[in-house]
Design a protein around this ligand. Structure first.
Ligand code: GLN
Length: 541
């Protein structure tokens, strides 16, 4: 069977949850035995989101191969249990960058380089290279942005051409739209969908299936109207009603027959019924937990939850494994002071200090670490959170006054977090971050080893600074356990302390590898201990 391509566009408004629809459809096809991958096409001019402010763009998702990508790739991985790579995220910046490089090298043999065909060809080649790898039965292409946006035009045109090149039997166009409910009129309105479909028709990409986001169910009358005015069959009008949890969306799409329609139209050879036993029990565990805990997420971008989306999802996965609802208390780190920390962190069953860059909010993080350490509250520090834990420990346990990271105080007498010598050289040549998958050896007899139950683990990274090996001995003497080390470069990856129920800091990002079917062991253990410390009577649900 040759690879089939499913193009997913969005209309009317942004934030309709295109990524979740793509991941849900991918899940349903995967559950029928097909091998599926999803590619995100982002119409912005940044080469990647690595340089974007998290308030602007949300989390930067890092893949095994060290690509800094859109957060939707996280949904794809979590839903499908797959591993994505740089290839799964294409941006306008990258497309233009490569086309311009080729032009400079004379690759276009004197031709005038233009949006059509050069940019569109480059887009198509990125899509086709996934298909031509021979690894996938289905490639789902999520076209970012909203139909009608100027910057999205080359992508829609490339997709139009892709359908012509690969044939209608091998390609499918799905359009996600909004069917708003007007309270005053007491009615669902189809006009925005009609206009959106008209716009996409003008560009030449007819939708085969419409997925309609709505707050209330779509009655047959509405479905008929949409079908009639948008040139699709009634069965191809799929309702996507707001769900309590994103993990219910595949099940809702199954009920609506989205996968069935896709399979029929593309003539996909696969199992009759999707195997969703594990998924179903996961959703049940998410919806009907028996216990509840509250975890404080201490970060500087907490007003924008998307900045920590993988952490949030990892806690949901770990909660489900522990039959527990994990409620997150979002706490702005720059508002925490030694004077108010008692109040700010009151009632928390665990504390998570989040990753981050730059100085803002750093003192609140130190204070939170100290509070969790001294009050024996389960603590997980991720990346900058781990670095804060090391700094706090150096200052308050090992007596290294004003110990710091050179990121915040280049002159500190105790640079317990610093850039390592060999890294300094690569920084001068522009390679600034340690990105992607690295190995870590986990020491026997440690909390981390108990959680992972494995000696060698592989985790994803995104940072510049490291625990400074010059201070390792002193920190160890004070009682900090270096429970995970990268064997190749002898870099500390995990720290923990002993006389505490659960206090672990990790230099890597475990949240990037947690999946629905394979929750991350560190999060599972963290939640497990936090739950175990709560008396039964406190689990008010
Ligand atoms: N700012 C720190 C560093 O660069 C931590 C980065 C992070 O938390 N992702 O090392």
């Amino acid at each position: 069977m040759s690879t089939k391509y499913i193009i997913v566009t969005g209309g009317v408004t942004s934030s309709l949850g295109k990524g979740i629809i793509c991941a849900s459809l991918g899940k349903l096809l995967e559950a029928r035995g097909l091998s599926v991958t999803i590619q995100k096409l982002d119409p912005y001019i940044n080469v990647d989101p690595g340089t974007m402010n998290p308030y602007e763009h949300g989390e930067v998702f890092v893949t095994d191969d060290g690509a800094e990508t859109d957060l939707d790739l996280g949904h794809y991985e979590r839903f499908l249990g797959i591993t994505t790579s740089q290839e799964n995220n294409v941006t306008t910046g990258r497309i233009y960058y490569d086309v311009i490089m080729k032009e400079r090298q004379g690759a276009y043999l004197g031709k005038t380089v233009q949006v059509i065909p050069h940019i569109t060809d480059e887009i198509k080649s990125r899509v086709l290279s996934l298909g031509e790898s021979g690894k996938y039965d289905v490639v789902i292409i999520e076209v970012g942005g909203t139909v009608g946006d100027i910057e999205g035009l080359p992508y829609i045109e490339a997709m139009r051409q892709l359908r012509f090149d690969m044939g209608k039997k091998n390609t499918l166009s799905i359009h996600l739209t909004l069917v708003p409910y007007l309270k005053a009129a007491g009615e669902l309105k189809t006009k925005p969908t009609q206009h959106s479909v008209k716009t996409i028709y003008e560009i030449g990409l007819q939708p085969d299936i419409l997925v309609c986001r709505a707050e209330v169910p779509l009655e047959i009358g509405i479905r008929t109207k949409i079908a009639q005015f948008c040139n699709v069959e009634i069965e191809d009008v799929i309702a996507s009603i707001d769900a309590e949890s994103i993990y219910e969306v595949p099940l809702l799409m199954l009920d609506e027959g989205l996968d069935k329609r896709v399979i029929e139209k593309l003539d996909l050879k696969c199992g009759d019924e999707p195997k969703l036993e594990k998924w179903n029990s996961f959703v049940k565990a998410v919806k009907y937990p028996r216990k509840k805990i509250k975890i404080g997420l201490i970060g500087k971008y907490v007003e924008h939850h998307d900045a920590y989306i993988s952490i949030v999802e990892s806690l949901i996965h770990a909660g489900a494994m522990n039959d527990t609802k994990v409620e997150i208390s979002w706490i702005q780190s720059d508002e925490i002071t030694p004077e108010n920390v008692d109040k700010k962190l009151a009632g928390l069953n665990a504390v998570l200090v989040a990753p981050g860059f730059g100085h803002r909010g750093i003192h609140g993080k130190f204070t939170s670490v100290q509070y969790a350490r001294e009050h024996k509250i389960p603590f997980l520090g991720i990346c900058l959170g781990m670095q804060c834990a090391v700094i706090e420990f150096a200052r308050n346990v090992c007596g290294m006054k004003d110990a710091n990271s050179t990121e915040f105080d280049p002159e500190t007498a105790f640079p317990v977090i610093d850039i390592m010598e060999d890294q300094r050289e690569s920084m001068e040549t522009g390679g600034t971050m340690r990105l992607g998958l690295y190995e870590c050896a986990v020491k026997k007899g440690t909390r981390a080893r108990q959680a992972y139950e494995e000696e060698l683990i592989h985790e994803r990274h995104r940072h510049r600074f490291e625990l400074n090996n010059k201070f390792r001995k002193d920190l160890e003497k004070g009682g900090l356990v270096m429970s995970g080390v990268n064997p190749e470069r002898d870099l500390v990856e995990i720290v923990e302390i002993k006389d505490h129920p659960w206090f672990v800091g990790v230099q890597f990002h475990p949240e990037l590898k947690s999946k629905v079917i394979e929750p991350h062991p560190l999060f599972v253990d963290f939640v497990k201990v936090a739950v175990s410390l709560v008396g039964d009577k406190n689990h008010k649900l």
